[in-house]
Design a protein around this ligand. Structure first.
Ligand code: HEM
Length: 405
């Protein structure tokens, strides 16, 4: 059995061993209970679309799964649901996130990116006196805190209609939930209570003062008919805000790091920015932010690979192991921005395929385009070995990304 520690320090090395020797493997799961970890591309893809694998915790063995306990008002979300409830809710929000609708956000997203970059340094990267300036000029800037995080939080909060003053709180709570601090076991519970209060107040405000935003629209849908329960409404708001922020920050950060570690490919993208949309697919494949899909529970005994997984046990599908599977991608451990990375599983597959995929792609593309245009001398501040990843079995993202301009 691989230890959590191996998976934390070098997940890709563990995945490689598992894919070759034990592609459906019993491990200590993220909640401490036994789980089955699936690592080969074909197995993961098939399992993601297998209707026998439920996301509803009621299909877990009693006491067999001890994930984070969320109150019903946050828990009744798409990622804990199967059809027909999942289908009903997905139909309500799906139209908001189609590529065509999302493309309309291109200009506002670019404006937000430019505004954040303005705060880091002037347009040409100099101070007008011949020297380099901006926060990165002296001692480096943490690009996660200054750019990769505020961009997606601003975009998703604008879309939903979350007022500016609450955005920082929300970031603190999500950070606490995604990478809990072992020295502060109470912190996750406190963050959940705070979030619940936040969403209760937010929806009450939308009812009092509806505006031109997604939460006002969803609140109206809830109040007009029987298509959403109150718990579902609040849980949907929570999921969109959480998912819309968390993974996108990491993908932007991971992509910038990958570029800075591969100067030849960085130069190629700088020379031809039209390559960026395809590059985003490769960044998602190579260093996607979701190491694991949401846990699943077999409704009955199922065979995955050649292994029978008993009903009710926890199944963890490793999206990152699948995306590095040499059976599917040639030289899978290599970043190759020229490759066709479509078919990667970084955004899932099947009915739970990422609702926000078009938005995630657009934001990452714009974040990179704006950054590279603005700072022709962007560099890592320090050695690549100093880079620190968040201690998480499910999320692949940087704690900080120190750069100079
Ligand atoms: C780079 C950024 C993103 C990544 C890597 C990502 C990844 C994923 C993955 C892997 C799933 C499927 C989980 C599973 O089946 O177990 C998913 C679902 C979902 N994502 Fe994303 N996501 C990203 C950005 C976003 C954004 C911007 C939104 C905002 C709307 C969003 C909203 C959702 C929602 C609501 C679901 C649940 C869909 C369902 O169950 O039908 N995600 N995402």
């Amino acid at each position: 059995m691989s230890t959590d520690q191996d998976l934390l320090t070098d997940p890709y090395a563990v995945y490689e061993r598992l894919r070759d020797t034990a592609p459906v493997h019993r491990i200590a799961g993220t909640d401490g209970n036994p789980a089955w970890l699936v690592t080969r591309y074909e197995d993961v893809r098939e399992a993601l679309a297998n209707p026998l694998l439920s996301l509803d915790k009621r299909h877990a063995l009693p006491g067999g799964y001890r994930g984070l306990a969320l109150p019903p008002a946050l828990d009744a979300n798409l990622l804990n649901m199967d059809p027909p409830d999942h289908t009903r809710i997905r139909r309500l929000v799906g139209p908001v996130f189609t590529p065509r609708r999302v493309e309309q956000l291109r200009t506002p997203i670019r404006q937000t990116a430019d505004r954040l970059l303005d705060a880091l340094g002037p347009r040409d990267g100099t101070d007008g006196t011949g020297g380099t300036t901006g926060a990165g000029g002296a001692g480096g800037t943490d690009l996660i805190a200054a750019y990769a995080a505020p961009l997606p939080i601003t975009v998703i909060c604008d879309l939903l209609g979350v007022p500016g003053e609450h955005r920082r709180d929300f970031r603190t709570w999500t950070d606490t939930l995604v990478a809990p601090d072992p020295t502060r076991p109470q912190a996750a519970k406190e963050a959940v209570v705070a979030m619940l209060g936040f969403f209760t107040q937010l929806l009450a405000d939308k009812r009092k003062r509806p505006a031109d935003d997604l939460l006002s629209d969803l609140t109206a849908v809830r109040d007009e008919g029987d298509r959403l329960t109150e718990d579902e409404l609040m849980s949907l708001a929570f999921l969109i805000l959480f998912a819309g922020y968390e993974n996108t920050v990491q993908l932007i950060g991971n992509a910038v790091l990958a570029l800075l570690q591969h100067p030849d490919q960085l130069n190629a993208v700088r020379a031809d920015p039209a390559r960026l949309p395809a590059a985003v697919e490769e960044f998602a494949r190579y260093e996607g932010p979701a190491l694991l899909a949401i846990r699943r529970f077999p409704r009955e005994d199922v065979t995955i690979g050649a292994v029978t997984v008993p009903a009710g046990e926890t199944v963890l599908l490793s999206l990152s192991a699948a995306n590095r599977d040499p059976r599917r991608f040639t030289d899978a451990d290599k970043l190759d921005l020229g490759r066709d990375a479509t078919g990667h599983l970084a955004l899932g597959h099947g009915i739970h395929y990422c609702l926000g995929a078009p938005l995630a792609r657009l934001e990452t593309e714009i974040a990179l385009a704006a950054l590279l245009e603005r700072f022709p001398d962007l560099k890592l501040d320090g050695s690549p070995d100093d880079v620190r990843w968040r201690p998480s079995l499910r999320a692949r993202g940087l704690l900080t990304l120190p750069v100079t301009f």
